[in-house]
Design a protein around this ligand. Sequence first.
Ligand SMILES: [Fe+2]
Length: 300
Amino acid sequence: MKIIPGSHSLGATVTELDLSQPLTDTDHRLLVEALANRGVLRFPNQTLTARQQFDFSARFGTLEENVAGMFQEPGLPQVMVLSNIVRDGKPIGIADAGQSWHTDMSYSATVAYANVLYAIEIPQRAGRPLGSTQFADMVAAYETLPNEIKRRIAGRTATHDFAKFWDMMRRERGSARPALTDAQRNTKPPVSHPLVLVHPVSGQRALYANPGYAMWIDGMDRSESDELLAFLFQHQTESRFVFTFEWTRGDVLMWDNLRTIHQALADYRADEPRLIKRCQVMADRVLNQGRTDRHALAAV
Ligand SMILES: [Fe+2]
C-alpha cells in the first residue's frame, strides 16, 4: 500500500490496495492515521460489491442504518444509494444528498466519523467530471481563527438539529424532499456538541460547527450567538480551506467528518446519471473503544 499526499492540507491517494480483500491490521492502522492527517483519502480503480464495501467500512466503527429506511441496498440497510437515476418511474437513490455545507450526523448523539463512498457512475460533460464533492479543513479553520474568537468559543457547545438542513433544502433549493413529519422530528431531537474538539487520532483541535445543522451556541444570548455563528460559517467555508474532489468511476472516497465539512456540487442535470453507494461509519469506536457516550467527544 502506498499513501501519496496531495498539495492541499486535505487529500491523499492510496494505491496498491484492493478494498475487496480483507484489510490487514497494519494497513488498517496506517489508514486510520492517514485519514486523521489528510482528512480525505482516495482509493482509485476499485471494484466492490455492496457487501465488500460494508466489510471494509465496518473495520472503522459501527455503520449507521439510516432511519428513513429508503434507498438502501437490498439486505444491507447500512449501504445507501445516492443517485439521480429513475428506473421504471421510481428514483433508485437520494438525488440531492448533501448539496450544501455540512458535516454528517452532527445532529446525532453519536456523531459520524468516516464516510466511505464508492463511485459507480459519474456524470461528465466535455470530458470534465461533474458533481464534485468539496471539503473544508476544520483544523486549518480553527488554527486561523482570531484569538478573540478562539476565546469566545472556548469551552462552548452548540446545538445541532437534523431538521435545519432538511427544511433549508425544501425552502431554498426547491428540493422534492417531503416535509418532515412530527414523528420524524421527534426521532431526531436536537443535540449539543463541543464547538472545538480534540481529534481522537491526531490530537489536533478542529472547529466543530457547520452551516447545515448548527442552530445556536448554548448558553449565549441569541443575537450574540447568531452573530458569532454567522462569522464561523463564513470563515470555515473560505476558499483557502476548500479542497475540491473530482470523481472518477471506480473511486472509493473516505473522509473524516471530525476533521472536515463537505458539500456536493449540484452542477449536473437529471439526464446525466450519477450513482454512488455510501456507508457511514459512526464515531463510537474511534472516540472510545466502542463507547457510544457523546461526551467522549473531547472538548476544548
Ligand atoms: Fe454529507
